[in-house]
Ligand binder design. Structure first.
Ligand code: NAP
Length: 244
């Protein structure tokens, strides 16, 4: 198994959930992890920097700071994890502002970070994009989030074509229901509603996804895990969940 000693990794959205668990798993395996998020006080990574993926200047500053801090100015791993959904309402309840926030964060933020990091990624490097099962099967009252994750998958497939022949690996990890801060953000801080998706079911934990990401990262260089779709045992689709 290829280890992560001596590797420099960026994890976006490392302040909670899957990003925090991934940052911690990468550090455990020896990587030097730079975590970025808007809530810098929540970051526990070796390098902790403010990052708003919707803001070009913030992204440029972040990538500059991380790559300058690396002795050879390079980067080995980019985990594009920052993301969110807003609301569970029919599309006609959607607003311009929510659409912009979700698409800017989940799609443009991921594309922007990829573009800024790519020139720094050393041979043997790896990009991991966090998609979702929402990017594989639509479900009701989530049109913009679903669109954002279909876009992540489309971008990942297209980037794989562009990277073909270069020694940079690319993986999309598409989780189902994971218990994190995601639901709290989606329901805008309404704790009761936020608990709903996890009621009567044993969901995935952020650590489960972090271990899958680690698996992809630690395969031999000639192996590219293109896609990982990971669901709780009790979930077969975005809406079919066997609840107690
Ligand atoms: P989470 O606990 O809410 O974490 C989301 C992370 O994204 C936070 O660290 C947040 O940090 C960061 N973030 C949000 N907007 C950002 C911005 N503009 N700039 C930088 N960072 C930003 O949710 P999670 O479940 O771990 O979600 C992580 C990823 O997994 C997302 O892409 C999500 O779509 C995907 N996913 C989640 C689930 C699930 O069921 N939870 C399922 C499938 C896919 P700050 O707020 O501090 O900036």
């Amino acid at each position: 198994m290829a280890g992560l000693e001596g590797k420099t990794a960026i994890v976006t959205g490392a302040s909670s959930g899957i990003g925090a668990a991934t940052a911690s798993a990468l550090a455990r395996e020896g990587a030097r992890v730079a975590g970025g998020a808007r809530r810098v006080d929540q970051l526990q990574t070796e390098i902790r920097l403010e990052l708003d993926v919707t803001d070009q200047t913030s992204c440029e500053r972040f990538v500059d700071a991380v790559t300058t801090a690396d002795a050879s100015g390079g980067l080995d791993i980019l985990v594009n994890n920052a993301g969110l959904g807003l609301g569970r309402d029919p599309f006609w309840e959607s607003t311009e502002q929510d659409e912009e926030t979700v698409l800017e964060t989940d799609v443009h933020g991921l594309i922007r970070m990829t573009r800024l990091c790519l020139p720094h990624i050393r041979d043997g490097g790896h990009i991991v994009n966090l998609g979702s099962i929402a990017g594989r099967q639509a479900y009701e009252n989530a049109a913009v989030y679903v669109a954002s994750k279909f876009a992540v998958r489309g971008f990942t497939y297209a980037l794989r074509e562009d990277l073909l022949g270069r020694p940079i690996r690319l993986t999309t990890v598409d989780p189902g229901l994971v218990e994190s801060n995601f639901s709290r953000v989606r329901f805008r801080g309404d704790e009761e509603k936020a608990k709903g998706p996890y009621e009567g079911v044993d969901p995935l934990r952020p650590e489960d996804i972090a271990e899958c990401i680690l698996f992809a990262l630690t395969r031999p260089l000639h192996v590219n895990i293109d896609e990982l779709v990971v669901k709780a045992l009790a979930q077969s689709s975005p809406v079919r969940i066997a609840r107690n």
